[in-house]
Design a protein around this ligand. Sequence first.
Ligand code: FMN
Length: 189
Amino acid sequence: MELGWGNETTKLMSHNVGLITSNGPFGNNIMTCEWIMRTSFNPAIVAVSIAKPRATYANIMKTKEFGISFAAYDQNIIASVSGNNSAKIVDKIKILEELGFKFHKAKKINVLMVEGAAVKFECKIIKRIPAGDHVIFLAEILDAESSGKTPLLYHAGKFYTTGEIIQKPSPEGLEKIREIIMKHRKSSA
Ligand SMILES: Cc1cc2nc3c(=O)[nH]c(=O)nc-3n(C[C@H](O)[C@H](O)[C@H](O)COP(=O)(O)O)c2cc1C
């Protein structure tokens, strides 16, 4: 089946907002990406899903490296500009600089990173996996840092940030759950 953009089911999934930075045939570039997940602690590996028509795809196919700056709560404009324009047509880095955002050089790879992002990963590709109309890049994280800022989140076509903490059940509620878990413990365990 097909589950297109903005579909009623998939739009209820929630993601961090990755800003993929690359530097290749299209120059220094930045692209918004929600389809990102970690896949291994040691070595630290991340999977990123990128469609072939993106300028970012061409850039990272050439250099085999990219940065991920996970946007902070106050960086939704970067996410909109980077997700709705292509480096095939405009220079997004220059646009964002003119809007007042800043970039700095990555430590271990030759790309720019977004200043003030919540979390930053510098990544080197280890495997390319075709996946329908996107391609998954498995990449080792060579450097990771966080600013402590609250992340920007994407849900149902809108940007959010973290909100209310959902409280755990009361001690009595937790005890009841523990009793039920024990009741269903497998005899072989
Ligand atoms: C919130 C948001 C999330 C996105 N997530 C992805 C994604 O996971 N993978 C992808 O290939 N494109 C994704 N896009 C689309 C690209 O960011 C968009 O096509 C961009 O213009 C590509 O830029 P480029 O051609 O300069 O690489 C997303 C766009 C937005 C607004």
